[in-house]
Design a protein around this ligand. Structure first.
Ligand code: HEC
Ligand code: HEC
Length: 175
């Protein structure tokens, strides 16, 4: 009995070696997509790809403000406590209605320029790096939008919950 088990183990391990001995081409492992990465892979990907790639466009936009850009620039408190949860309220929260947004932009003339940089460059770059589609406010389709990084506030500046995301990794329960 024992030897039968042994023999079948041997055979199956031989099979696992590739049978006829044809050398397998040494392909590099397929790049893992963001959504399939584990925690360690995500940290490494952020460090090696997301931070350097995003820093390029942020520095081109405002060299002085972003010369020391790091994880905290996008993660705020999450970079300090290690949760890296997004969005983070340390990033300037955005008004949750078009009227409130326009009122803000009228008060602070820089806001329009920022919003243009955000939708024109930051969103498309990040969506590409994370393998997601850009949210389109007109059709309400797409996965990656402003609220991946920014929390929302109402007209009085009070935090409001984000609309649910269909690809939420964490399945946070609404509280
Ligand atoms: C340009 C902004 C930006 C920078 C800079 C950045 N991140 Fe992120 N990071 C994000 C966004 C956006 C997400 C959420 C992605 C998603 O929706 O899944 C994220 C997610 C993560 C996650 C996954 C969290 C989770 O809940 O799974 C980790 C870990 C992380 N970042 C680590 C880092 C580290 C470490 C650095 C610095 C080396 C860094 N990030 C720099 C934008 C950024
Ligand atoms: C990958 C993360 C990320 C995404 C996505 C993103 N932003 Fe930002 N945004 C930032 C960071 C980082 C800053 C600079 C830090 C800050 O202002 O708190 C910023 C700053 C801003 C500011 C300037 C705020 C101020 O301080 O006056 C505006 C306005 C803005 N974003 C609007 C948007 C809009 C609108 C979208 C969607 C079209 C968007 N952002 C998408 C990360 C992001």
């Amino acid at each position: 009995m024992r030897s039968v088990v042994l023999a079948s183990l041997l055979v199956s391990s031989l099979a696992a070696c590739g049978g006829g001995g044809a050398a397998k081409p040494t392909e590099p492992p397929k790049a893992t997509k963001w959504r399939d990465m584990n925690a360690d892979q995500r940290i490494a990907y952020m460090k090696e790809v997301v931070l350097p790639e995003s820093k390029k466009i942020f520095v081109a936009f405002d060299a002085k403000k972003f010369e020391n850009m790091d994880c905290k620039t996008c993660h705020g408190d999450g970079a300090e406590n290690g949760s890296f949860e997004m969005p983070d309220a340390k990033i300037h929260p955005l008004p949750n209605s078009e009227e409130a947004f326009m009122a803000w932009a009228q008060k602070e003339p820089e806001v329009g320029k920022w919003a243009q940089f955000m939708s024109g460059e930051v969103e498309p770059l990040m969506a590409r790096l994370l393998d997601e589609t850009v949210f389109d406010p007109k059709t309400k389709t797409g996965e990656f939008g402003c609220t991946a990084c920014h929390t929302l506030v109402d007209a009085e500046g009070k935090p409001v919950p984000l609309p649910p995301k269909d690809h939420d990794h964490d399945h946070h329960d609404a509280k």
